[in-house]
Write a protein of this length. Sequence first.
Length: 94
Amino acid sequence: MTEAVDIWSLGCTLYAMAYGTSPFETTQQSEHGGSIAMAAMGGRFSFPDDGQYSESFRELVKAMVKVNPDERPDISQVRVLTVLMLVVLSLSPR
């Protein structure tokens, strides 16, 4: 195992903290017996259309939960992306 597994887990945790559910768990899966494992292996998930979080946050999470571990950012890249996201948010009018 590599750091990429931890990055994937962190991406899933961020999603769950933001939206209150696993990125791979949907109402349709729950009601129709769909497999969360299959959704995770296929990298299939979406974000709620509530506009509550920035596009940069969503892009960070998407990058972190990519199926191919070689395509995920390392922890240094996650840190830089997070700092940039916070700077942009601090400069945005509210």
